[in-house]
Design a binder for this molecule. Structure first.
Ligand SMILES: Cc1ncc(COP(=O)(O)O)c(C=O)c1O
Length: 358
């Protein structure tokens, strides 16, 4: 098979050893005679998979015992509704808009109560995270919602605002497990799996236990975090195969040395691409230096009439899914945990050759 590097923003590249293991275990998981897809979610086989997956995630992120880990469906966008339903409780909430995904979160949450936008970079096309001292935070907000890595525009937080006692709720869909974080600084962390965790269909929610008592009575049981926590995420049938693959990814990550080790690789990969982009006028990245995402790197050709030729040549070279998000344009290279440095080297070589040819 030709060497392919997949730069999709999600669903995205998975570690090859994970796919090979899933292939080997496809028909018969650990001598059970069943595929994971065929198992009852309440049987001993699958409950052991779920328990190990949760334990490994807790190890990777060093999740304190005072937090519940939920494996839910509906993706990150479903959480846009579940967050206000579980937390607003008649109060208002603060939201920061630093990109298309956090803007979408505000739009969705506004149906459930009062939302105060504490900062917005929409007018400047999402190229930075404004200085936290300029945010109009409310001391009595039910929570502060942020998206710590904006996948479309490639804007990543390099710190956290001081929200006092207001719990921070963070959409980490596109950079969870890519860098060391201190879970105790957050009230809720959530993310769709289809970037750094596994296949689509699974959303992980990590929630501080003291926040589990605030849900509106209108919250559907499947989306009520407390009900799900009390039922091991099994108030409905969970996305079993996606959870199984997530578990294999967590095992792979632990074998790489965990999050601190993968973070070093991510720093090196991102530096390779940004350094090259910054070395030439042929390509540009418009994001403020301290907010440049390590996971999603948008870039533009100075001559945009070459976009189609760039993408066609990339595909021939085995470099796939480099087209930028339709709301942003240009190109975007998503280089998640599973992208080897060789993939970024291949991309930079292609970009250099393309520049020379044009
Ligand atoms: C940061 C962020 N939030 C939310 C979403 C939406 O996720 P989903 O489609 O799983 O609901 C995405 C998807 O790409 C994302 O990148």
């Amino acid at each position: 098979m030709k060497q392919i590097y997949n730069f999709s923003a999600g669903p995205a590249v998975l570690p090859k050893p994970v796919l090979e293991r899933a292939q080997a275990e496809m028909l018969d998981w650990h001598g059970s005679g069943m595929s994971v897809m065929e198992m009852s979610h309440r049987g001993k086989e699958f409950t052991s998979i779920l328990a190990k997956t949760e334990a490994d995630l807790r190890t990777l992120l060093n999740v304190p015992d005072t937090y519940k880990v939920l494996f839910l469906q509906g993706g990150a966008i479903a959480e846009n509704a579940m967050i206000p339903l579980n937390l607003l409780n008649g109060h208002a909430a603060d939201y920061a808009i630093t990109g298309g995904w956090s803007k979408r979160s505000v739009e969705d949450a506004s149906a459930y109560g009062k939302i105060n936008v504490v900062t917005s970079t929409e007018a400047t096309h999402y190229t930075d995270v404004p200085s936290f001292s300029d945010w109009q935070l409310n001391k009595d907000a039910a929570y502060l919602h942020i998206c710590t890595n904006e996948t479309m525009s490639g804007v990543e937080f390099d710190g956290l605002p001081d929200a006092g006692n207001v719990p921070i709720v963070a959409d980490m869909s596109s950079h969870i497990l890519s860098r060391v974080i201190d879970v105790s600084q957050y009230g809720v962390i959530y993310g769709g799996a289809q970037k750094n965790i596994g296949p689509a269909g699974l959303c992980i929610v990590i929630v501080r236990e003291d926040l589990l008592d605030r849900a509106s009575p209108l919250t559907p049981a499947v989306f009520n975090w407390k009900t799900q926590a009390e039922n091991q995420s099994m108030i409905n049938t969970p996305p079993t195969y996606s959870i199984y693959i997530a578990g294999l990814v967590f095992e792979w990550l632990l074998a790489q040395g965990g999050v601190p080790a993968i973070e070093q690789q991510n720093i090196a990969k991102a530096a390779l691409l940004y350094d090259y982009i910054d070395s030439t006028d042929f390509y540009t990245n418009k994001v403020a230096l301290n907010n440049r995402s390590r996971m999603n790197i948008p870039f533009f050709l100075a001559d945009e009439s070459l976009n189609e030729a760039f993408l066609k040549g990339a595909e021939v070279a085995g470099l796939l899914q480099l087209k930028g998000h339709r709301a942003v344009g240009g190109m975007r290279a998503s280089i998640y945990n599973a992208m080897p440095i060789a993939g970024v080297q291949a991309l930079v070589s292609y970009m250099q050759a393309f520049e020379q040819a044009h």
